[in-house]
Write a protein that binds this ligand. Structure first.
Ligand code: ADP
Ligand code: ZN
Length: 616
């Protein structure tokens, strides 16, 4: 009997996948998760951003009788999720303070009548007595707790309201619950399971690899220029996120990009609410907008066609880096994660950790996390291998899609240079920053230097074989290897570690990566049409025509363009050129509802642009 039930669930789930969502196959563990939850089981799902978590609760909610209640932390973004579902012909609604009283009444009425498959609710509203009361009177399919790491007090997205969600298990013990998150580290996982009472839930851990994202980490040199060169050469006209550490900097950088002719806008918690909302909406609703933001921006942003995430400052850990960069390329198309870093960043982050309220154990943990991130920055081997191994995933071969794979890094024997660098720091009582130490080794007769008597040191003038940049690379790499450290209290001064003596004694050989910043190519990078990276060369024009039509429709309806079709769907249209509705329905992302609503319109665009390329 049970087996029969399972097969019918499988068949019905696939049917919804094909007809409603327009997708041909489940991805990864989606099918297993859906079957488990649809059969009434609890689940805890760890999947990277863009992995396809939403289907894992949306399809079971549609398969089971009753309403699937989705807890989602950001009211501002619920609307887009609900709109996207409605576009697919799914009966989805939301209940939150953004609705008028009469709209809320309307939703409640539908709720009682059983006309809703998915109901999106903010956590603070869900746990209100009146809400729980109402839910206890209707048939419930499941509870989905999205962004479940918000329940973790250690995590960076902690939300008080999430703690109260344990009430769901107590009050509705027979309704299946599925908690989902993209945050992977072990302590957070444990905390989620414990706080949400998910001890008996089946845990699904997907591979964390995001093969379509290309990782690049460059040495900070003239960062804003570097950013512009990167955007011009690889992402002209693309939509993306630029992360900065401070609010002020987001505004400066947005201005700089605007002056360079980009459609860039700032976003941070200090902007007034109207401006913030407006900027977020522009980013979501228009093509090609760049948002320059602090980390306040991003959670819950489902925009699938973010083509790049750039970091002008270091994030504080590999988890944070992975989560932030994960916002690129949810649609699976080629995307970039690009970052600049320098030693000053490290000093700033270290002092932020030190000045925080946390206890010593927590501070040590934060320092270790930062060290792991530095290891990623300084590595001469595949970045993806390092990232994935941090999350417990092993990659057998180098990935071929990160900067170190694409442009293998040369190394050089730096044993002597390392000795000199450590020695000069020691001779000056570990009280100075790298820049000053290089001045000593370069033998610069600076007033301050002479005043301190440092021109008398044996190290004075003994390091002219390397340039300033090369020395700063040496210091940075020694710090990331643990042979030196950057003092946190005294801004940026270089200190010895317990390992330094081994270098001075000559017990270790040290090899450094040659810094590619030094060999960076000169001159202006040529602008490249962004679409040409996404579709084959013969289809660029058609792809752009399809996108223009999509934008027009999106504007008319006041919805984000990706709610109509994703780039990946338009790409498939441009490359395969369907000529009738039947062929159109074969395209991934074209479900029944969208076929009926948009099929003819997009066929018409293809027809009009037929001359752009002959069909094969
Ligand atoms: P997450 O919530 O894990 O970040 P989403 O649920 O938003 O990811 O899915 C990421 C993207 O992948 C979305 O654009 C979604 O429509 C698409 N997607 C999900 N599952 C499939 C599938 N089986 N086939 C094709 N596309 C899919
Ligand atoms: Zn690689």
């Amino acid at each position: 009997m049970a087996i029969q039930l399972d097969t019918s669930i499988t068949v019905r789930a696939r049917d919804i996948l094909n007809r409603t969502f327009g997708y041909a196959e489940f991805r990864g563990e989606q099918q297993e998760i859906i079957e488990h939850v649809a059969s009434g089981g609890d689940a805890f799902v760890l999947m990277p951003t863009g992995g396809g978590k939403s289907l894992c609760y949306q399809i079971p909610a549609m398969l089971r009788s009753g309403i699937g209640v989705v807890v989602s932390p950001l009211i501002a973004l619920m609307q887009d999720q609900v709109t996207a579902l409605k576009e697919l012909g799914v009966n989805a609604e939301m209940l939150n303070s953004a609705l008028s009283v009469s709209q809320q009444m309307d939703v409640k009425w539908k709720l009682r009548r059983g006309g809703i498959d998915l109901l999106y609710v903010a956590p603070e509203r869900l746990v209100l007595d009146s809400m729980l009361e109402m839910l206890s009177e209707v048939d419930l399919a499941l509870f989905a707790i999205d962004e479940a790491h918000c329940v973790s007090q250690w995590g960076h997205d902690f939300r008080e309201e999430y703690l109260a969600l344990s009430v769901l298990h107590e009050r509705f013990s027979d309704v299946p619950r599925i908690a989902l998150t993209a945050t992977a580290d072990e302590p957070t996982r444990k905390e989620i399971i414990q706080r949400l009472n998910l001890g008996d839930a089946r845990t699904f851990i997907a591979s964390f690899d995001r093969p379509n994202i290309r990782y690049q980490i460059v040495i900070k040199d003239r960062p804003q220029k570097q950013l512009l060169a990167f955007l011009n050469s690889e992402h002209d006209g693309d939509s993306g996120i630029v992360y900065c550490l401070s609010r002020k900097k987001t505004e400066q950088v947005a201005k700089l990009l605007q002056d360079a002719g980009k459609d860039a806008i700032p976003y941070h918690a200090g902007l007034n609410a109207t401006v913030r909302k407006h900027n977020q909406e522009r980013f979501l609703r228009e093509d090609g907008v760049i948002i320059v933001a602090t980390i306040a921006f991003g959670m819950g942003i489902d925009k699938p066609d973010v083509r790049f995430v750039a970091h002008l400052d270091l994030p504080k850990s590999i988890e944070a880096y992975y989560q932030e960069t994960g916002r690129a390329g949810r649609d699976g198309l080629p995307s970039d994660a690009w970052m600049t870093y320098g030693m000053a960043d490290v000093a700033v982050l270290r002092s932020l950790i030190e000045s925080s309220e946390a206890d010593d154990a927590h501070k040590r943990l934060e320092h270790r996390k930062l060290n792991a991130l530095l290891g990623l920055c300084e590595t001469a081997s595949c970045r993806r291998k390092i990232l994935l191994s941090y999350f417990g995933d092993e990659l057998a071969e180098p990935c071929g899609n990160c900067d170190t794979c694409l442009h293998p890094v040369e190394t050089w024997d730096g044993t002597l240079a390392a000795k000199k660098a450590i020695y000069v720091a020691k001779q000056t009582d570990e009280r100075f920053g790298a820049g000053y130490l290089v001045d000593i080794m370069h033998g610069k007769k600076l007033e301050r230097l002479i005043g301190l008597g440092h021109d008398k040191l044996s190290a004075f003038g003994k390091g002219t074989e390397l340039s300033e940049r090369e020395w700063s690379s040496v210091f940075r790499q020694l710090v990331s290897m643990g042979y030196l450290k950057v003092d946190m209290e005294r801004y940026g001064s270089i200190k010895l570690t317990s390992e330094s003596a081994n270098v001075l004694k000559g017990d270790v050989t040290i090899s450094f990566r040659k810094d590619y910043a030094i060999h960076e190519k000169k001159g202006k990078a040529p602008r490249v049409r962004a679409a040409s990276k996404l579709v084959d060369s013969k289809s660029v024009g058609v792809f752009e025509a399809l996108r223009a039509k999509r934008m027009e429709l999106a504007k008319e309806q006041g919805v984000p363009p990706y709610v109509i079709f994703h780039d990946s769907t338009l790409k498939a249209m441009a490359e395969t050129r369907p000529v009738n509705l039947d062929e159109m329905s074969e395209i991934s992302g074209v479900g029944e509802h969208k076929l009926a609503k948009y099929g003819v319109i997009f066929l018409d665009v293809l027809e009009k642009n037929r001359h752009e390329q002959q069909r094969d």
